[in-house]
Design a protein around this ligand. Structure first.
Ligand code: NDP
Length: 451
């Protein structure tokens, strides 16, 4: 064989691991290099530990509600040390599972940093050099901080899972997924949370009505959300961090966390030297089949900055294997991707926002917002939102936006119908499940507006 491997994957995250396993199952000789921990951002410092922290953060509210339902329970303090130990044990277990899956698939693992020497040669930090017919770059991304004085004092989502102590007061900067999710998590764990977002409303790009309800809900639960606000000055003060805001406010926080975006892990890989083109943010530019400008080199996942979600990286990895190892050219489908933002309240969404749909064609908007019975009984102000965007021309549901408990679970199911091209009348033909929150999705009779 002219090459050591048929496929060499750089990066042991969701996309890389799946591609390596599926390629190996075709009989290909596959190796994978990971410089940090197997599992990547999702498993080690993203989705998984984040979701476990979401679960942890909801118990205080749950116990308060339990009192309203007649239970004699008291909310004691949250023991971060106990939770963190358990959290990391779980991450260790999952990392082991990933390793085992690769091993069982006969994928050779290199616990090393890999860089590219040429279109078919990989240099490893161990000093070894290996060759491969195809190379898949799946190195993911990393959180980035704004270039301001004092930024080195702040943490990012990378560090949040390993803090020695929970801060008493934290400032979270940003208005995207990570900032808004952690504002809710830390608030739920009893931390005094201030969030600065430079724009007019958090979660830019999502449906405006949903964004408004989420922000209201976060404020109602205790997050000090400051819109149109950023940091102008930041420095160490005592054991804390002094921050001056654009609105003139001055505070000292125990921690500042920047959740101001993520960038592709392409630095120092040698990509540009061998002719792989990068975009302005450092992401690898690929065609519809995830192929770079160097024909033997492909890239999937966050390193390509297409749709930066774990299940999408997995799909891209599988489409790559289908194309390259199964002789069946397959484009990953980036259309109508359901997703969830684990804010408190939670958000599930698929398809066009009302604002996007209006630009595209005449629409009807079906929408309802109400206090669900579980929260109303407990005396909570929480409201849910159920919203459908419908094409006037062909009646198809173009978008669905849900703000409610378990909205992530709900949108997964709605996503099937929307992906199948369901019309509003298909929704209406479906009998309601009573009493549930989601029955409103099939009982909204009149549009609230046409646009
Ligand atoms: P986002 O790009 O979603 O948000 C970044 C935020 O930081 C925006 O609000 C942006 O403001 C703001 N910002 C950027 N630069 C600055 C600056 N210099 N000063 C102040 N604010 C700034 O990134 P995240 O880090 O939140 O998340 C990264 C990606 O990870 C997401 O896009 C998503 O794909 C993925 N992710 C998905 C999750 C999920 O599925 N539940 C959970 C977590 C992450 P502006 O809006 O004005 O640009």
């Amino acid at each position: 064989m002219p090459f050591d491997y048929d496929l060499f994957v750089i990066g042991g995250g969701s996309g890389g691991v799946r591609a390596a396993r599926v390629a190996a199952a075709t009989g290909a000789k596959v190796a994978l290099a990971e410089e940090f921990r197997m599992g990547g951002t999702c498993v080690i410092r993203g989705c998984v530990p984040k979701k476990l922290m979401v679960f942890a953060s909801t118990y205080a509210e749950g116990m308060e509600d339990a009192q309203e339902y007649g239970w004699d329970v008291k909310v004691g303090p949250f023991n971060w040390g106990k939770f963190r130990t358990k959290l990391h044990a779980e991450l260790d277990r999952l990392e082991g599972v990933y390793r085992k899956l690769l091993g069982n698939s006969d994928v050779t693992i290199y616990d090393a940093r890999a860089t590219l020497k040429d279109a078919h040669t990989i240099t490893l930090s161990t000093g070894e050099e290996v060759s491969a017919k195809h190379i898949l770059v799946a190195t993911g991304g990393h959180p980035t901080k704004p270039d301001i004085a004092g930024a080195e004092l702040a943490i990012t989502s990378n560090e949040i899972f390993s803090l020695e102590e929970m801060p008493k007061k934290i400032l979270i900067v940003g208005g995207g997924y990570i900032a808004s999710e952690f504002a809710g998590i830390l608030n739920g764990l009893g931390v005094e949370v201030t969030q600065f977002y430079r724009g007019a409303q958090i979660l830019r790009g999502f449906d405006d009505e949903a964004r408004g309800l989420i922000a209201d809900g976060m404020i109602e639960k205790g997050v000090n959300l400051h819109l149109g606000t950023n940091i102008v000055e930041m420095r160490a003060e005592g054991n804390g961090i002094y921050v001056k805001a654009t609105n003139g406010d001055e505070h000292v926080f125990d921690q500042v966390m920047f959740a101001t975006g993520r960038h592709a892990n392409t630095d120092g890989l040698g990509l540009e030297d061998i002719g792989v083109k990068l975009g302005r943010g450092g992401e690898i530019l690929v065609d519809d089949y995830s192929q770079t400008d160097v024909p033997s080199i492909y890239a999937v996942g966050d390193v390509t900055n297409r749709v930066n979600l774990t299940p999408v990286a997995i799909r891209e990895g599988m489409a790559f294997v289908e194309t390259v190892f199964k002789g069946n050219p397959t484009k990953p489908d980036h259309d109508l991707i359901p997703s969830a933002v684990f804010t408190q309240p939670e958000f599930g969404t698929i398809g066009l926002t009302e604002e996007q749909a209006r630009e595209q064609e005449p629409i009807e908007v079906y929408c309802t917002s109400f206090k669900p019975m579980n929260h109303a009984f407990a005396g909570r102000a929480d409201r849910v939102l159920m919203k459908l965007i419908v094409s006037q021309a062909n009646r198809k549901v173009l978008g669905c936006h849900i703000v409610a408990d378990h909205a992530g679970e709900l949108i997964q199911m709605v996503g099937i119908a929307v992906k199948m091209g369901a019309t509003k009348e298909d929704f209406d033909r479906t009998v309601a499940v009573h009493p549930t929150i989601s029955e409103e999705l099939v009982t909204m009779k009149e549009p609230v507006r046409r646009a």
